[in-house]
Ligand binder design. Sequence first.
Ligand code: WQD
Length: 334
Amino acid sequence: MKIFVTGCCGYIGSHTCVELLEKGYEVIGLDNFSNSKRSVLDRIKQITNKEIKFYEGDMLDRNMLKKIFTENDIDMVIDFAAYKAVGDSVKKPVEYYTNNVSSVLTLLSVMQEYNVKSLVFSSSATVYGVPKIVPITEEAEIGGTTNPYGTSKLYVEGILKDLCISDPEFKICVFRYFNPVGAHQSGLIGEDPNGIPANLMPFISKVATGELECLSVFGNDYDTKDGTGVRDYIHIVDLAKAHISGVEKLNNSDGGLLIYNLGTGVGYSVLEMIKAFERVNNVKVNYKIAPRREGDIAECFADSTKANKELNWKAELGLDEMCRDAYNFSLKKY
Ligand code: WQD
């Protein structure tokens, strides 16, 4: 079975490609290296001893997508390619909507042209906006998003819903990620954003290694257990394995839209993350309390029982492994 993975060199994309290759799937990959590195391809090969058929390019480039679909008999698409930094999206809404929404419309149009009707889509817990109840189930109201990143994912979910209504042959699995962290146990791939990390764990890792001086904790006056933001952190390898379950679910589906939360069901605060990271890795993480970040919410964690039941998938790795593996990756220099 041939699976086309957009954003294959990115954080979630690369870890999912490892799991796909190890399960025997053929992977065709696309990446524009806007937030990833070409060297990831070699390291995926080091881990799996298999290669991705790789194309460098952008999802907005219709001709590139048509070339890929012409040259490969694609059975399914997993779409990871997107910008994902909450704070950055508040500053650059047009770039986020162009990259995260227009690119998906281009992809869907080419999929229809080539009669490819199976898609796994990367959505986000940010589509829930400010959750009224935690833990959050898939039945919770979506909308009221607090930043263009989350709104871009909300828009695409609406597009996918309308597509499934218009063409019942489409089989679509939407994963609402909570907070993916950590790295492959080999330390060969991990979260390696270009520039200063927007997300918490890679920033903590770079402070621990001395690459960055001090972590700013964005607000300690939220209505949470210790005043800092609470999130549902999930090990990237658990998240990648869920995509294998999603692929298998679609293979046995007659069509329609499936939506799953991918989290652990446990919420940790920023201060708890710092303390766990220091304990597990026996390091010091310098931090200071800073003002809240525009677009942030106080608390967000998942009820993932629907994925547990319907996908026979459950997060297995805990906070210690998340901190250990994230630090192990950050000690490598690629
Ligand atoms: C986590 C907590 C911050 C950085 C993002 C995006 C999206 C999603 C998950 C896929 C918050 C605090 C952070 C820092 C801090 N992935 N923080 N100092 O914003 O919850 O979600 O990741 O959809 O990428 O929605 O993740 O890691 O940025 O923030 O205090 O330097 O850490 O305020 O409470 P976020 P994050």
